[in-house]
Every structure is written in C-alpha cells, then in structure tokens.
Design a protein. Structure first.
Length: 302
C-alpha cells in the first residue's frame, strides 16, 4: 500500500510537464504542423519561469514568463514553417539547438553558473491537497481540449486544416491563421510544462532540463494517435514507468551484489528505452493527420 501511494505521488509529480507538452504537440500537429521543437520550448519555458520567479519573487509571474517564452519560440517555428514553408522537422531541430545554446549562455550571464541556479529555493505556488496547480491543470486540460476539438466550430476548423487544408480554404477558413494559432497554443502549453519543472518540481533550474521530456512528449503524441486523451494516457503510462524506476532505485541496497552491478545508469535510461521500444513497435500502425508536416501552398494543385 505504501509503495502504491509512493508510485502514485511520483506519477503526479512527473506527469504534468509531459502531459502539457504532449497536448501542445497534439494541437499543433492536428493543424498540420509537426513540432519537433517541444524540447526547446520546454527548456526556455523552464529557464524563463525560473528567472522571472527569482527576480520578481512570484511563482505566478514565473509561470506566465514560461508560457511567454514557449510562445515566442513557437512563433519563430510558425514563421519559418507556415510562411517560409520550410521543412518543419529541420525548423524544430534548429529551435532545440538554439534553446540549448541560448539558455546555457543566459544561465551563466544571469546566475554565473552553467549548472543549477539559483542557490536559493524559488517561491512556490499555493498547493491544494498537497499538489501544485500544475497537477490539476494537467488532469483537466486533456478533457477540455478533447471537448474543444470535437464540439466547437474552431476545433472542427483546426482538424479540417490538418486533414484537408485546401478543402477547408474553399469554405473560407484561413489555413495560415488556424495553423498560427495552433502552433502558438502548442508552444504556450510546452512552455507551461517546462515551467512546472523549475518552479513546481525542482524549485530551481537545472541545465539538463527538460532532459528529453520534450521528445518523450512527442512519443506520447504518436502513441496516443494524435488525440488529447490518447496523449494524456500515454503520458501517464510513461510517468508510471518513471515512477516504477524511481521505486526500484530507492529500494536497491547501497551495497551488495546488486550495487556492484552498477544498474543506476540503466535504470535512469529505462523510461527512454521504453519510449523507443513502443515507438518502434507502434509508429508504423499510427496514422497522423493527412496534412501533418505538409506546408500549405494555396496555389498548389490538389
């Protein structure tokens, strides 16, 4: 019973950044724009949330800064991918590299370190029943996005743009506007997910953030068949895997035959290995939106 409660607490800690980033990926890709840059958007969201929270002494301002940073990076991705019609995968990879260099530079410029900052613990958000607001947002948002996509006119337009953009355009839908809105929303959610790492989980910024969670969120999008609820449950599954690994690591004796095997590194990599294994066996059967990753050219024949 105690072990089960410990695993549940670990899931609730680990799931919010993964769920929020995966939702951002679903919204963007359902509109037809691949977002490989989730990792970078989470990274800048985590850093700017930490910086603003530390500078202003408010975790709420930090969360807002994380959202703004993720949205700004998403705007760059939208500009290149939608108006420039560049390769969306290359654009996303470039954003990840830019985020890596930019945050490393700012971390040293602002805090004088390339590791973990600040030394002081950041201000915390108020908790409800021992959980941060991020937990409740992550539990409610997938159902809200699912309802919005399937029960509202804007949601129908977004799905139409991701499946048949030329047909949607003949009905008066602005494909570029819908895709811009979707990419910006995806960036905002990824930035919010990144901010949860620095101001709700670790309470400071670590240069390793988000440590591959953006790519794991992409895997959750695919594993969840590009649906909000599917991505939500896939994220919970990955969170469960991480919680299980933490439980095994904490139960391992500090010395003895098991300790001599040096399994700690393998256990740390286990959630990511599970992600690769699931993608290898599942991605071939997962069908993305028809126009996902295809730049929209209003003058092209279709």
């Amino acid at each position: 019973m105690i072990l089960a409660l410990s695993i549940l607490r670990s899931i609730l800690d680990f799931a919010p950044p993964l769920v929020l980033a995966a939702l951002g990926g679903v919204i963007s890709e359902r509109a037809g724009v691949v977002n490989i840059g989730l990792e970078g958007m989470m990274r800048v969201g985590a850093f700017f949330a930490c910086w603003a929270s530390f500078a202003w002494g408010s975790a709420w301002i930090g969360a807002a800064a994380g959202i703004a940073a993720g949205t700004a990076f998403a705007a760059a991705h939208a500009l290149v991918s939608i108006h420039g019609r560049a390769d969306q995968v290359v654009s996303g990879i470039a954003l990840n590299l830019i985020a890596l260099g930019l945050v490393t530079f700012l971390l040293e410029a602002v805090f004088g370190t390339t590791g973990t900052a600040p030394v002081e613990t950041l201000p915390e958000l108020p908790s409800l029943l021992g959980r941060s607001p991020y937990t409740y947002v992550a539990l409610v948002a997938p159902f809200a996005v699912h309802g919005w996509l399937h029960l509202t006119v804007p949601g129908l337009r977004l799905r139409a743009v991701g499946e048949h953009p030329h047909a949607a355009a003949t009905l008066g839908v602005s494909v570029a506007r819908v895709r811009w809105a979707a990419v910006l929303a995806g960036g905002a959610l990824a930035g919010l997910g990144g901010s949860s790492l620095s101001i709700a989980i670790l309470h400071r910024f670590d240069n390793k953030m988000p440590a591959g969670l953006g790519f794991m969120a992409l895997a959750a999008v695919v594993f969840g068949k590009w649906t909000p609820l599917g991505a939500f449950f896939a994220s919970l599954f990955f969170a469960l895997a991480n919680a299980g690994v933490d439980a095994v690591r904490s139960a391992m004796p500090p010395s003895g035959p098991l300790a001599d095997l040096h399994l700690d590194g393998i256990l740390l990599a286990a959630p990511y290995l599970l992600t690769l294994a699931l993608l290898a066996g599942f991605v071939g059967r997962a069908v993305p939106p028809a126009a996902d990753g295809v730049p929209y050219d209003p003058e092209a024949k279709h």
